[in-house]
Design a protein around this ligand. Structure first.
Ligand SMILES: Nc1ncnc2c1ncn2[C@@H]1O[C@H](COP(=O)(O)OP(=O)(O)OP(=O)(O)O)[C@@H](O)[C@H]1O
Length: 244
């Protein structure tokens, strides 16, 4: 079906034991970056885990590039072209930058674009090139985030899912991150960005989805959300000074 969006989530439910955390999520992601926003505990990370196959207790449908993902193990989902940068980055402190990059299973780039190689990664992130022989535990938070993104890119994904990549980073590093993500989106990478910071979400994505208690309650544009302080407050609990 040529018109099917890249990722299409329908009536998705997820559970932790008896706790019904995702309660009928409906969401599509196409080529345009999408930011998923919502207060703590609303189910954003759970949705990332469900899409990447890391949470087996799900019901509903997640279609990606024409294939059903529900029931597939994480490595099969990754092989279809979904890369995930989890919250907290999950790097190995004693492995060097270079070792991290060499451990990534390589896959062909499905869209025919220029494949990611170590050299291309070092061009995108010169700081990683400078630190290629350093243990990752000695990198700054921003450099560790670059490394986490680099590992994801080396799998040549079609869709990059990132869970709060700006968390704990200094403003100038966050600006660089935003520039990088916009650049990747222009290069043809689909992006699903989970973000707490409204300014980051709206700088990367023109489409915004708001999650409340395990459901998508509002899909809107970045411009509309930025112009609606009342709903920012209601759904995100942000006041004007935080939105800046
Ligand atoms: N392993 C788990 N076992 C039981 N409950 C969990 C588990 N992980 C998350 N939850 C609960 O599921 C709900 C959704 O959590 P989730 O982490 O998906 O929210 P979130 O929107 O990503 O929030 P945050 O921004 O804090 O990460 C919360 O009520 C949380 O307490």
């Amino acid at each position: 079906m040529p018109d099917e969006p890249l990722l299409s989530i329908r009536d998705l439910h997820a559970y932790y034991g008896q706790s019904h955390v995702l309660q009928g999520v409906e969401l599509t992601v196409g080529q345009e970056p999408l930011a998923l926003l919502g207060r703590n505990g609303m189910g954003k990370t759970t949705l990332c885990l469900a899409v990447t196959g890391l949470l087996p207790t799900v019901r509903g449908s997640i279609r990606f590039a024409g294939q059903e993902l529900v029931g597939k193990p994480p490595h099969r989902i990754a092989a279809l072209g979904i890369a995930y940068v989890p919250q907290g980055r999950r790097i190995f402190p004693s492995l060097t930058v270079e070792e991290h990059l060499r451990l990534v299973p390589r896959r062909r780039r499905a869209d025919g674009g220029e494949p990611w190689t170590e050299e291309r990664i070092y061009t995108l992130f010169p700081r990683l090139a400078e630190r290629r022989r350093q243990p990752a535990g000695t990198l700054s938070g921003g450099e560790q985030q670059m490394l986490a993104i680099a590992r994801a890119l080396l799998t040549n994904p079609r869709l990059l899912i990132m869970d709060e990549p700006s968390e704990g980073l200094a403003p100038v590093i966050v600006e660089q991150l935003v520039t990088t993500l916009r650049h990747l989106a222009q290069d043809g990478l689909a992006i699903l960005l989970v973000e707490q910071r409204l300014a980051v979400a709206t700088a990367v994505a023109s489409r915004i989805a708001i999650m409340l208690s395990g459901r998508i309650v509002w899909e809107t544009s970045a411009a509309e959300l930025l112009g609606d302080p009342e709903r920012q407050q209601r759904y995100l609990g942000v006041s004007a000074w935080q939105a800046a």
